[in-house]
Design a protein around this ligand. Structure first.
Ligand code: FAD
Length: 556
């Protein structure tokens, strides 16, 4: 059932078995699982069913460095479905190496094992509509060519690992009817949780205090409370609940807000293959269920340990659409469409548009029009084909890729960020329209992050040469400077309420409860100890499913 919180009486106290704050992928999966098990769920969502600028603005940060972090308005969404409304839809789990002890990466020890979480992968795939929990091309029966180019084996570098793509699944849209028709779920939308209130000893949550934009105060009283507001908004709520807990709830160790991570991604090289160009697998394959899958270059677990590398992968990309020197009519058509006022808002999110175009390529229309005219036949054939696949088909083509007759592709890296206690979020004195203090965001990369990316490229180059399949062509003379320049995130928000066995080492315990408060739990990538090479959402849902199973056994 859906309830517009603005229609509730002021000072209403709402009761259920469990309260979930946030209706992104984590909150929705948890709510559906608990409702299926028979529990009454109050799902509290700050946003409305449609986008509201005023509500979105509640999540804006007070301070962030735009060099390293995107504005919160571009990297989160306050609305039913959360950030899955604007995400890319790429799904893949963490790797076993992420859960290994890695003495060369400080503060990277997870208190749970990889095996404890793998059992949730297929259920997670089902929620994402991304097919089977199979992430290696060798086990995909309908795809004949198992290597990216002929003759390139799996060695210390692997080219058989896969990522899968969801629809991309907008959780608010796909699960709208399930949520609306559920007798057990009450979705309270337009309601922002502003404070968590505990008993005097600080050992139990007693109430949530929530507000609507017109100023109604609503109270939510349950047995258990789960924070699923996305990593930074979850941490903000804990920091802001500091009446009985100096520094915020869960800040007993001083670690609340610390170890904020994302990923390093970018391009510093082209990959040039010396194999027949037509045999290069670029872009996507489709598995037997017609799910889009993409191959990548990764390293074996042993190699990462031996060479003390962070977990990092790379895949073949497309040239940035915005740089007209690619002379490709298809890419130039895409550039022009992405720049068309009004139309561009329907084509993709602001963040993805900026990434595809490239910061430096705004407003260079003439050269693009010339590219389209020169390559008119290709460009005109592309528009309906790609337009249908990307915007009309239910399962959408994840991105635009173009064949390179020169057999040369940008190599796009995606690396784990090393856990760093100085990379952190704190509360500022500035308040939002509901009186809640805004965040200061300080996402900090280190030289170890940069070195990892540069080293990985050297090993990829060696591997291609050793197998006589190609080599890397660096696009810059100063590799480190280029990785620094491209370092930045905000889209994948990881850490800030890290998981630990010992309360002194973290914020939540292994069951995702805040240490010392067993009725307050977190379903978010904020609990992750490391960021892995994988985007976060698949693991967020896997951990939400694990939490749902735990709650089913502990709720009375
Ligand atoms: C452009 C872009 C592309 C991305 N692409 C990918 C990708 O390809 N693959 C991938 O794995 N990840 C991707 N991500 C990240 C992905 O979107 C997030 O990891 C995911 O949405 C997080 O899910 P969540 O449920 O934890 O939080 P969210 O989806 O952020 O949902 C949190 C919800 O909580 C609500 N909320 C917050 N605070 C409060 C409060 N105090 N009271 C009430 N409600 C509150 C918010 O309004 C929101 O609806 C991308 C993100 C962006 C921005």
């Amino acid at each position: 059932m859906f309830i517009d919180a603005e229609n509730l009486e002021n000072e209403t106290t709402f009761r259920a078995d469990i309260a979930i704050v946030g209706s992104g992928p984590a909150g929705i999966v948890l709510a559906l699982e608990l409702a299926k098990a028979g529990y009454e769920v109050a799902l509290i969502e700050s946003g409305r069913l449609h986008f509201s600028e005023e509500i979105q603005n509640l999540g804006e940060a007070s301070h962030f460095d735009p060099q390293f972090h995107a504005p919160m308005s571009e990297c989160t969404r306050r609305q039913l479905g959360g950030t899955s409304i604007i995400w890319g839809g790429r799904c893949l789990p963490y790797d076993p190496v992420d859960f290994d002890q890695r003495p060369y990466i400080q503060n990277s020890d997870w208190p749970v094992t990889y095996q404890e979480i793998t059992g949730y992968f297929q259920r997670a795939c089902d929620y994402f509509f991304c097919g089977q929990s199979e992430f290696n091309i060798k086990n995909i029966s309908n795809i004949q060519q198992k290597s990216i180019v002929p003759g390139l084996p799996d060695a210390e570098v692997l080219n058989s690992t896969l990522e899968r793509w969801s629809l991309p699944t907008n959780f608010g849209k796909e699960y709208f009817h399930d949520l609306q028709q559920s007798q057990k779920i009450k979705l309270l939308y337009g309601l922002t949780c502003t404070e968590i209130e505990t008993n005097e000893q600080g050992t139990q949550v007693e109430l949530l205090h929530a507000k609507t934009l017109v100023g109604k105060n609503i109270w939510v009283k349950c047995q258990k409370y789960v924070l699923a507001g996305g990593a930074l908004n979850t941490t903000r709520l804990l920091l802001a609940s500091d009446r009985q807990h100096p520094g915020g709830i869960g800040n007993h160790s001083g670690l609340l807000g610390k170890f904020y991570m994302g990923h390093l991604s970018g391009d510093i090289a082209l990959i040039h293959f010396t194999t027949p160009p037509k045999d290069t697998v670029f872009g996507f394959d489709r598995d037997p269920d017609k799910i889009y899958v993409r191959r990548r270059f990764s390293f074996t677990r042993e190699f990462l340990h031996k060479n003390q590398l962070p977990n990092i992968v790379a895949w073949l990309g497309s040239p940035k659409f915005g740089d007209p020197s690619h002379q490709n009519g298809v890419l130039s058509s895409a550039y022009l469409a992405l720049n068309m006022p009004v139309l561009r808002n329907y084509l993709t999110s602001t963040a993805m548009r900026k990434a595809a175009i490239g910061k430096e390529n705004q407003g260079v229309y003439r050269a693009h029009i010339m590219n389209v005219l020169k390559d008119f036949k290709q460009a005109i054939a592309f528009v309906p084909r790609f337009g249908y696949g990307r915007y009309i088909a239910k399962r959408k083509i994840p991105a635009l890729f173009v064949y390179s007759a020169a057999n040369e592709y940008p190599l796009h890296y995606h690396s784990e960020q090393i856990p760093n206690p100085n990379s952190a979020v704190t509360l500022s004195d500035e308040r939002d329209a509901l009186g809640m203090r805004r965040l200061n965001i300080n996402l900090q990369f280190t030289q170890q992050d940069i070195d990892g990316v540069v080293q990985a490229h050297k090993y990829w180059d060696q591997y291609l040469r050793e197998h006589n399949c190609g080599y890397l062509k660096y696009v810059t003379n100063d590799l480190e400077a280029s990785v620094w320049e491209q370092a930045g995130d905000g889209f994948h928000q990881v850490g800030t309420t890290r998981m630990s066995v010992d309360p002194q080492d973290g914020v939540v315990g292994t069951n995702c409860n805040i240490h010392g408060l067993d009725n307050l739990l977190v379903a978010s990538s904020s609990i992750f100890v490391t960021s892995g090479q994988a985007n976060s959402t698949f693991m967020i849902v896997a951990f939400a499913l694990r939490l749902a199973d735990y709650l089913k056994n502990t709720l009375v």
